[in-house]
Ligand binder design. Structure first.
Ligand code: HPA
Ligand code: ZN
Length: 340
């Protein structure tokens, strides 16, 4: 199945996006606009020079640029506008539910108060309803920093607890095992927050085991490395642990060298609860529908398999039961193209 008709079907397919870093939606044009508005100096002469820098050799080479870019975000309005632009784009791509990652430490470390960051982001999320999207916020700890810093970050965010879905773990994976963050995740669970963690993007299967067994993660973000561990594959299938996979991100960061060998296909065949997401779309060349299209075309996914991916995303969400039922009904009511 190829062509515009099916692409518009993919855009309309009701889905949830569960792995999306809001800082990763900072498009080059907005980066320049905010640099100017906030009087922040960017080490790039032009949009073209910035775009030319988007050639990554691995996760760290991306993160270096990504944290540099995030420095243009300074005011409540900046965070509001960034988040709102994402929500509008997501709604246009059939995202009915979005769970958004935010890295508080990226901003507080630069002296931006947590209140400013959260108020702006939450104000946009509170309006998502008006465009047919339910949305929530997951605060991620930067794993290249200490476990104590993560704990302190969570404690400072607890006054906002009722407006948060949960916590996650991101940034440089190698050498920063999940167990470093045992205490922060334990507190998050005690406070009734959901827990997710990036694991098995560049790190080994062992980090996925730790995310599950030490942190109590309810979903694994990426999880690519699980394909190398049969016992782990069995565990993920048996417990129905969702994997929030990001094919275009994996390609751009050389986690896989070719989408045709992406483990999403064998994982789907093994009955794992795989989902498709965009990670940092402004940096990796595609929002969520483009990620669906990429796996459809390279892994020869059928309409029925694409619907399974969408259903997985809705089922793996932390939406309350009534909203989840509504989301699943949206999917059941959506049409399938006649040609497949
Ligand atoms: N991995 C780890 N940290 C991140 C990523 C990612 O893909 N994107 C933004 N922060
Ligand atoms: Zn990510």
């Amino acid at each position: 199945m190829q062509g515009n008709a099916t692409d518009s079907w993919l855009l309309a397919l009701p889905k949830a996006e569960l792995h999306l870093h809001i800082e990763g939606t900072l498009e080059p044009e907005r980066m320049f606009q905010l640099a100017e508005r906030n009087d922040v100096e960017l080490p790039f002469e032009s949009l073209d020079a910035l775009r030319a820098a988007y050639q990554f050799s691995d996760l760290q080479s991306f993160l270096d640029l990504y944290y540099q870019g995030a420095a243009v975000l300074r005011t409540e309005r900046d965070f509001f506008e960034l988040t709102w632009a994402y929500l509008e784009r997501a709604a246009a791509e059939g995202v009915h539910h979005a769970e958004i990652f935010l890295d508080p430490q990226t901003h507080t470390q630069r002296g931006i108060p947590l209140d400013v960051v959260l108020q702006g982001t939450l104000r946009a999320l509170a309006r998502a309803d008006s465009i047919g999207v339910s949305a929530g916020l997951i605060l991620c700890f930067l794993r290249h920093l200490t476990g104590e810093a993560a704990l302190a970050t969570l404690e400072s965010a607890l006054p906002f607890k009722d407006q948060l879905l949960g916590v996650g773990l991101d940034s440089s994976e190698r050498g920063n095992p999940p167990e470093k963050f045992r205490d922060a995740f334990e507190l998050a669970r005690r406070e009734g927050l959901h827990t997710v963690a990036h694991a098995g993007e560049e790190g080994p299967p062992e980090y996925i085991w730790q995310a599950l067994d030490v942190l109590g993660a309810e979903r694994i973000d990426h999880g690519v490395a699980a394909i190398r561990d049969r016992e782990l594959m069995r565990r993920l299938a048996a417990d129905g642990i969702p994997l929030t996979m990001c094919p275009l991100s994996n390609l751009r960061l050389h986690v896989v060298e070719d989408l045709r060998t992406h483990p999403l296909r064998p994982m789907l065949d093994a009955g794992l609860r795989v989902t498709v997401n965009s990670d940092d779309p402004a940096y990796f060349g595609g929002y969520v529908a483009e990620n669906y299209r990429a796996v459809r075309d390279t892994l020869a996914l059928t309409a029925s398999e694409l619907r399974t991916l969408a259903r997985n995303s809705l089922e793996a969400s932390f939406a309350p039961p009534e909203r989840r039922a509504e989301l699943l009904q949206d999917l059941e009511r959506s049409a399938t193209p006649v040609s497949t």
